[in-house]
Design a protein around this ligand. Structure first.
Ligand code: MG
Length: 218
């Protein structure tokens, strides 16, 4: 088995996708249900000005992240993946969320991995820097950007990312799915590598058998 570099988003990917709803509903005096979260931008879902949401996040961000729930089986699968591959957590959360985030990972006993707090949704450059093999995400725009840059993306299904996909992006529905897709991806890479090794072998044998100088195979 090859050791893959896995880049994993946190919010909506490792965490439940709608964990912020309860606090937002309470704060803004509304009653939005998860199925109504059909947009990624929270202020658009809540139909409030962006500044109002940012103010709310400024005050309650740490608390919201602290109270986040884990997706089903995320913990078990992350540990299984950690045995074989390199896990790096790549989040758009800002650096100020570092302590809260790491404490949450400790509380839930998740594999340590390396953290990158980008403070932006743009993840392509980081994926390149980390030599990413598979990126696991919930944000549609990220998935498309990453796939267009040549990365293999697993997009975990949410009400807000049900848009048409392009080659390179695979929709997954849970962490069990993620696990099987990564194993499948690993097997396909191994097949490609094995074919390349076999081809080299065939060429070597061919050269050895035609060593009269008349054939030139580089
Ligand atoms: Mg996310």
């Amino acid at each position: 088995m090859m050791k893959l570099n896995l880049c994993i988003d946190i919010d909506g990917t490792i965490t439940d996708a709608y964990y912020w709803l309860e606090m937002a509903n309470e704060h803004f005096g509304i009653d939005i249900k998860p199925f109504q979260v059909t947009k990624y931008e929270i202020h658009e879902v809540l139909e409030i000005p962006k500044e109002d949401y940012l103010k709310f996040y400024e005050v309650y961000g740490e608390e919201i992240h602290t109270k986040a729930d884990l997706r089903d089986n995320a913990k078990e699968i992350l540990w299984a993946l950690d045995q074989q591959h390199k896990i790096t957590y790549v989040t758009a959360r800002e650096a100020r969320m570092k302590e809260v985030t790491e404490a949450w990972f400790r509380k839930h006993n998740l594999p340590k991995g390396e953290f990158h707090f980008l403070g932006t949704h743009y993840k392509v450059d980081k994926a390149k820097e980390l030599k990413c093999h598979v990126f696991i995400e919930d944000r549609y725009e990220n998935a498309i950007q990453l796939a267009l840059a040549g990365f293999e993306v697993l997009l975990i299904d949410c009400y807000y990312n049900r848009n048409p996909l392009i080659p390179g992006v695979t929709r997954v529905f849970n962490w069990g799915d993620i696990h099987s897709r990564i194993e499948e991806y690993n097997r396909s890479i191994e097949t490609i590598v094995q074919k390349a090794v076999d081809s080299c072998q065939i060429i070597e044998e061919y050269k050895a058998g035609h060593n009269d100088g008349s054939m030139k195979i580089a």
